[in-house]
Design a protein. Structure first.
Length: 145
């Protein structure tokens, strides 16, 4: 998803560099305000999203969890098989594991050698895949040469 959003961002910065080169403030402010506006839309939209059914079940709000499942998975049909199956599985897993109530328990990440290896690979990909290690970050300084 980051690559898809990087294409319009690159064109916006290219356009502001070409058209507002004489006015340095608009050259960087327009891309900044565009990024802030889309982030603001997402931040406001979060308040209109329903809670996760799994979270609702873990916090003993079963009726609300069923309402969410019926609305989004059962096409407003409380007798839908998918709703019953999803609700039953969530209820069983949460009662057996109780993992939804201990969100800070990260021991599964380091318990076994395979889990530690996966954690190391994920952290390494995140670290080395960042933009500072990409050659594209240095091209912004080459425009004046």
């Amino acid at each position: 998803m980051q690559q898809i959003s990087a294409i319009p961002a690159a064109w916006v910065t290219y356009g502001t560099e070409k058209n507002f080169a004489d006015d340095n403030n608009r050259e960087w402010r327009i891309p900044l305000w565009l990024q802030m506006s889309f982030s603001g839309i997402v931040a406001i939209a979060v308040f209109f999203l329903p809670e996760s059914p799994r979270w609702l079940i873990a916090n003993d709000r079963h009726e609300e969890a069923l309402e969410v499942l019926i609305k989004y998975h059962g096409n407003d049909n409380p007798d839908d098989a998918l709703v019953k199956l999803s609700y039953g599985e969530m209820q069983e897993l949460i009662s057996v594991e109780g993992s939804d109530k201990r969100w800070w328990d990260y021991t599964k990440l380091v318990k076994t050698r395979a889990a530690r290896w996966r954690l190391t690979m994920v952290v390494s990909m995140g670290f080395f895949g960042r933009k500072p290690f990409s050659p594209s970050i240095y091209t912004c300084w080459l425009t004046g040469i």
